[in-house]
Design a protein around this ligand. Structure first.
Ligand code: GLV
Ligand code: MG
Length: 367
């Protein structure tokens, strides 16, 4: 076991020191593009500033014969684009593939200074993160990088879910986790063929009514309520990430045309604690930007509660009644989460800044 005092020591001589805290950078939408597809790669510069994260995908959805072209395309895009406030991430091939070693040994020296996060798919346990951690340190040292690359793991195997806490804790490089619903469904032998989202068969049904004689009418019409297939996994992910100071994300929502269901799924993830989701099409960037930004009314309310608990020399402790509701130390903490996220997003999103600036000090919204 590595002693605690060595946890933040670089894993190779000359590698940059690991970060003590994961930077809280906006990452509402992680927009996937295939860097080997010239048409898609050409659109990347125009997306800078409109999306928090652009991710050059080298793994699934890139055909085996195009793996090298995708890698070369990513280097080309990374070198020729000024990413400004937008982060550049990549998803490398899985650790059991014949491509990942070349992905890492090629990308780190070529564009390691431009990449923010390396997404690693199909992570099974801490041993996978340890492998990537050491290799990245060696490559960073060799390339003379000054800033450590961060690592994001996709949760898409049953073993990965079972080992979720140790994965989050495996390295100071860990930036976050994404749900990989397609691979996870396959690995768990779930009986859905959808990429994320719900399933009409996963439901609960209202109890049967009784008639006047007290007989249960099993044949009566009864309402059914569709349930969320991914609730358990997202909730586990949120707790594991919060416990380790890293960030949880919903993954892909494959039904591009169903913008409403995509928004619902993203919103559930946001309410449970996720900070963003993947985007597979530009329309999903707009959905994620909207859903993963606190609403103006929520920010207004949060500011009002904080102000009320600090009125008349208050220090945020105690209790007050606002609109018939009790607010106390704990609700102030909830409100601070909302306001902190709003501030962070407003710093990079002028349209949001304008909306939040329209909120009065007392929490009302002026026109
Ligand atoms: C994403 O990679 C997934 O498998 O859903
Ligand atoms: Mg996958």
């Amino acid at each position: 076991m590595r002693p605690a005092k060595d946890f933040f020591a670089p894993l190779a001589v000359g590698a940059p020191a690991p970060l003590r805290e994961v930077p809280a950078r906006p990452s509402r939408a992680i927009h996937f593009f295939d860097p080997g597809n010239a048409k898609m790669a050409a659109k990347v510069p125009a997306m800078v500033g409109t999306v928090d994260v652009l991710l050059g995908n080298l793994e699934d959805a890139v055909r085996a014969e195009n793996k090298e072209a995708a890698r070369a395309g990513l280097i080309e895009v990374a070198r020729s684009t000024d990413f400004g406030p937008t982060q550049l991430w990549t998803r490398v091939n899985s650790l059991d593939s014949p491509w990942v070693l070349d992905d890492l040994t090629t990308l780190v020296p070529a564009i390691g200074d431009r990449l923010d996060v390396v997404m690693v798919p199909k992570v099974q346990g801490a041993e996978d993160i340890h492998y990537v951690d050491r290799l990245l340190a060696q490559l960073e040292a060799k390339a003379g990088l000054e800033r450590p690359l961060l690592v994001h793991a996709i949760l898409e195997t049953a073993r990965g879910v079972a080992n979720i806490e140790e994965i989050c804790a495996a390295s100071p490089r860990m930036q976050g986790l994404s749900l990989g619903p397609a691979d996870l469904a396959a690995d768990r032998r779930m009986k859905t063929t959808r990429v994320g989202g719900g399933h009409p068969g996963y439901l609960v049904r209202q109890d049967p009514p009784r008639d006047d004689l007290g007989t249960t009418r099993y044949d009566a019409e009864r309402a059914t309520y569709q349930q969320d297939l991914w609730h358990y996994t997202i909730a586990r992910m949120v707790d594991a990430c919060a416990m380790h100071g890293i960030y949880p994300y919903y993954g892909p929502f494959g039904d591009i045309a169903d913008e409403t269901a995509c928004e619902d799924q993203f919103r559930n993830a946001f309410l449970l604690g996720c900070v963003g989701a993947w985007s597979l099409h530009p329309t999903q960037v707009a959905i994620a930007n909207r859903v993963f930004s606190p609403g103006v009314e929520d920010v207004a309310h949060a500011r009002r509660v904080i102000a009320a608990l600090h009125a008349d020399g208050g220090d945020g402790t105690g209790a007050v009644m606002l609109d018939g509701r009790m607010e106390d130390d704990a609700s102030v903490k909830q409100c601070r989460v909302m306001v902190a996220l709003a501030e962070q997003l407003a710093a990079v999103d002028p349209a949001l800044r304008e909306q939040y600036d329209a909120i009065d000090v007392d929490g009302g919204v002026h026109a």
